[in-house]
Design a protein around this ligand. Sequence first.
Ligand code: GLP
Length: 253
Amino acid sequence: MNVRIFPSAEAAEAATAALLIQQVQRNTNAVLGLATGGTMSPVYQLLVSAYQQGRVSFADITTFNLDEYSGLAPDHPRSYRSFMRAAFFDQTDIPLNNTHIPIGNTRDPDKEAERYEALIEASGGIDCQLLGIGQNGHIGFNEPGTPFHSRTRVEQLSNDTRAANQRYFPEGKVPEQAITIGIGTILDSREIILLAIGDKKANAVAVMIESPSDISCPASALQQHPNATILLDQAAAAQLQQLFDYEQVDKAN
Ligand code: GLP
């Protein structure tokens, strides 16, 4: 794992956006794995700005989002499809047909999960997967205890995760299930970029990086990946002990 600690959230977000932009500039047909969550909003804003300034085009990329809440139609205001349209898709030149997110309100969620996994494979796999991290160490919606070889499937959300995400559902309850790509699916990506911001993530970040890789912390699976970069602000890095092992970055680069 390549761990980079930035002086501020803004610097870590800018570096994350820069890695994604470089990826697309190098390979205009890149297949990107995308994430949702509050952590990602500033990153998408930076991608939109880069597009508006003519620094990058997303016209030929393909995207696969990590997950979607079960039961929510794509146009439901709290769906991850709606989040992605507002934050990124509708503000750039990416054709919506190139953007993939599991369908949350399908009649047969297991079949939908199978279809999604097969579609990722048929697209040649993910070149670069963007990840956030849950306070309990989840990636995508892979909760603690998920086997590292897991593939796309329906996942029961833990009470911890539903409580943490309640702030995005002010008018109702967080769904109890989601369709998520698996940890094995994530590990198949050629490159992984994980961004964590703020003191609420500090414990999960320390376990992910410094505890032995174990299913009790899904994100610790990334220790087994040959090309994973972890970008942190000071607050998210606060519980790390082995500081001499990590890159301290002065500015976004
Ligand atoms: C959700 C998403 C994850 C995300 C996590 C953290 O559970 N499924 O992909 O990493 O939330 O979200 P936030 O950035 O809002 O803390």
